[in-house]
Design a protein around this ligand. Sequence first.
Ligand SMILES: *Cc1c(COP(=O)(O)O)cnc(C)c1O
Length: 459
Amino acid sequence: MDHDDLRHWSKRAADWAHDYHSTLRDRPVRAPLTPGKIAAHLPDQAPDSAEDMETVFADFEAILPGITHWQHPRFFAYFPANASPASMLAEQLANAIAAQGMIWQTSPAVTEVEQVMIRWLARALGLPDDFTGTIHDSATTTTLSAVLTMREKALDWQGLAGGLSGHPRLRLYASAETHSSVDKAARLSGIGQDNLVKIPTDRSLSMKPGALAGAIAADRAAGYLPAGVILCAGGTSVGAFDRMADCIGVAHANGLPVHVDAAWAGSAMICPEFRHLWRGVEAADSIVFNPHKWLGAQFDCAVQFLRDPTPQVKTLGLRPSYLETAGREDIVNFNEWTVPLGRRFRALKLWFTLRAYGLEGLRNRIRNHVAWATEARAAIGALPGVTLTSDQRLSLFTFALGNDAETEALLSRINDDGRIYLTQTRHRGRLVIRMQVGQFDGTRDDVMTAPKVIAELLP
Ligand SMILES: *Cc1c(COP(=O)(O)O)cnc(C)c1O
């Protein structure tokens, strides 16, 4: 296959993609769960001689029954992984160029468009202009980067060379509503899961600021070394928000940096009416949000805003002589802000998405999602035997039947049926079904299909 063949196949792929997207509503949202079925169709090793692309393409179509359709308009599981058509186009172009943006000189446009997109997004979310930032692959790596920076700041940058031994035990603080990526960051940073202190939450599911202050003081008295606080702006389970202003106030009064995980909910902050949910966030040191979730800039695209990039660059940055740009000290090398060296041109899909729909077009989508979630929640809550089990947060709510076994059986029936797709979580000791509304091309009808399907499948 050469570039002339690629032209032919790209056109075929574009037609295929159009057919795929225009028939999504007719497909079951979730793939059937039969482990090993797809792998059993594939040979045990790579072919020695080149194969005909026609055969390869046909085999690609044969694995489609093993795909869960994340762009399906009736996907209400997890959180969305929206890929707007404009972002798909941008990815196609980024793929064609296939540039590495590890340092400024390896493609100045990759770095500079990224810097401008960070500024556009900070303004779009109502953050002050003194935030700068960068794009990572995922919120998980972003939070790891922030936690590594907390570790090194607490150790006065002694850990990078000398390791962690000989220092007091470091401590991190977060509520139990934060995502498991915070636990992962505690583990991978060498701080250790046991040193991630889970601060109790109040009835609104915010971390209790007084309990945070108490935990930090108790740790100091016990000889531990507090390193930082991770706050939750839109938890994955039921959408919990910590009270930013109060919690950041406690952290900063104790000299601790704050990282805010707004992976899902950050996108909604392009709408001023939702910003009260994270009031006070502008005092944070680091904020992550995933435009690849709700905004429409397809995976992978995790944006980190930083009040001051210096501590993170001091932690993650390494500049061996082969990565120097002779005579240029004034340029930004984004690999020094992130874990990997190599970096894709991720800013291109943000640029295309923000321009193709405009902020108002994106705001309208999110406002519709929240309004339709409210309607669907009311309809589901009115069904016999159904209890609503958490407050609606933006476009996310949960519900359950009388006991866990009934709830689990209902969820299986819903997902085997295939018209909609929902997933579960545990909340206040109980198995509950989550529903979030956020599909880029979803309509009110798609959303209101959910209460209809659930009504049909109730025991
Ligand atoms: C999805 C999610 C994450 C993890 O996101 P990745 O980009 O897949 O690593 C972290 N935190 C929250 C709140 C999330 O919703």
